[in-house]
Structure formats: structure tokens, C-alpha cells
Write a protein that binds this ligand. Structure first.
Ligand SMILES: [Zn+2]
Length: 184
């Protein structure tokens, strides 16, 4: 069956793409990514830049690319941008296949039912499937971003406003410090 590749993000994820077309997509991706200075998380989930990625997939993409969600797009090295493009493509292809197997045709909107198969998204406190560190989160409004500090942020914990307000000066900077605080 012929696959219809729709939207910018999913077009980049089309598995049948030729090498030269993929190169073209990679440079469009890089251009859009750096068109404004944002955190990568925000850029990936901005529908004006990339349609069809969203909160869940962006967490999975950043984990695969081993990049911090709060890294600024204009500070990414070319090698990191390429890694991000490859991860975006890989994650969207994998999930399109997986969801299609589960549901038949069409791209289901409800990703939540599949969270157990995700590496970090919706898995706060659970072990990262790559390194075993507990998955962390940054909460904002009614959403959260999940990431693995060991794989993505050199072991640093990113400020979760709700938690940091609570801890004030005790805000932990590393997994080791968080463990110490928990043990008090
Ligand atoms: Zn990890």
C-alpha cells in the first residue's frame, strides 16, 4: 500500500525518501529550527515551524537525539541539528508504523494509550530504557516535558518551577543531589 506523506514533519519522516530529497529536507529542517531563537522543545512543538510533532513526540525525539529540551536552537552545532533531524525522522517513522499496526489505517490522535512504549514521555520517575536513570520532568500549565538527565543534560536537573519554588535554595543541580535531598 502506498503511504501518503502529509505535513512538513511527516514528509521528512517518509521512509521511501531518496537520499538527495532527504538532504533537502534536512536543510529545510535546520532553516526552520533556527528561524527564531527558542528552546528546541518549543521549536519542535511550534506548529508554525513543524506541524504534527506535538508534546509526546518531541520528548521522544529529544531523548533519541540526546539533546536537552531547553537548549537554544541557535546554539546547536551543525552535528546536533543533523542528529535532531535524524531522530525526528526515526521517531516519526517508528511511531507511524507502530500505530498503524495497532489501529489499521490512519494516524490516531490518541497517543496517550501507547505511553508505555515510549522512552521518556509520560514516564516520570520510571527508568530510562537506555541508561536506567529515573526520567525527570518540567511542568508548565497542564503539560509536562519529560527527559533523561543522564542521556540529555549531562546529569543536570532542569528547573521545574513548581518544585524549585518548594525547594528554594535547595534546588538540586544533579541526580546525586536530588538523591541526597530525598534521603534527608
Ligand atoms: Zn537515559
Amino acid at each position: 500500500m502506498r503511504r501518503a506523506c502529509v505535513s512538513a514533519a511527516r514528509a521528512a519522516a517518509c521512509p521511501r525518501m531518496s537520499a538527495s530529497l532527504r538532504k533537502g529536507h534536512a536543510s529545510i529542517f535546520a532553516e526552520r529550527l533556527t528561524s527564531e531563537s527558542h528552546t528546541v522543545k518549543r521549536a519542535l512543538t511550534d506548529p508554525r515551524l513543524f506541524s504534527g510533532i506535538g508534546n509526546a513526540y518531541s520528548d521522544e525525539i529529544l531523548h533519541r537525539a540526546k539533546l536537552s529540551p531547553v537548549k537554544l536552537t541557535r546554539r546547536l552545532a551543525p552535528e546536533e541539528t543533523q542528529r535532531l533531524f535524524d531522530a525526528t525522522r526515526a521517531i516519526l517513522i517508528e511511531w507511524t508504523d507502530r500505530l498503524r499496526e495497532e489501529t489499521g489505517d490512519g494516524f490516531p490522535e490518541k497517543v496517550t494509550a501507547f505511553r508505555d512504549a515510549m522512552a521518556v514521555h509520560g514516564r516520570y520517575g520510571k527508568p530510562c530504557p537506555v541508561c536506567g536513570s529515573p526520567v525527570q520532568r518540567i511542568r508548565y500549565a497542564d503539560n509536562e516535558t519529560n527527559y533523561c538527565p543522564t542521556c540529555q543534560t549531562d546529569g543536570k536537573l532542569l528547573a521545574d518551577r513548581a518544585l524549585s519554588r518548594l525547594l528554594k535554595e535547595d534546588w538540586p543541580r544533579s541526580l546525586e543531589e536530588l538523591d541526597e535531598i530525598k534521603q534527608r
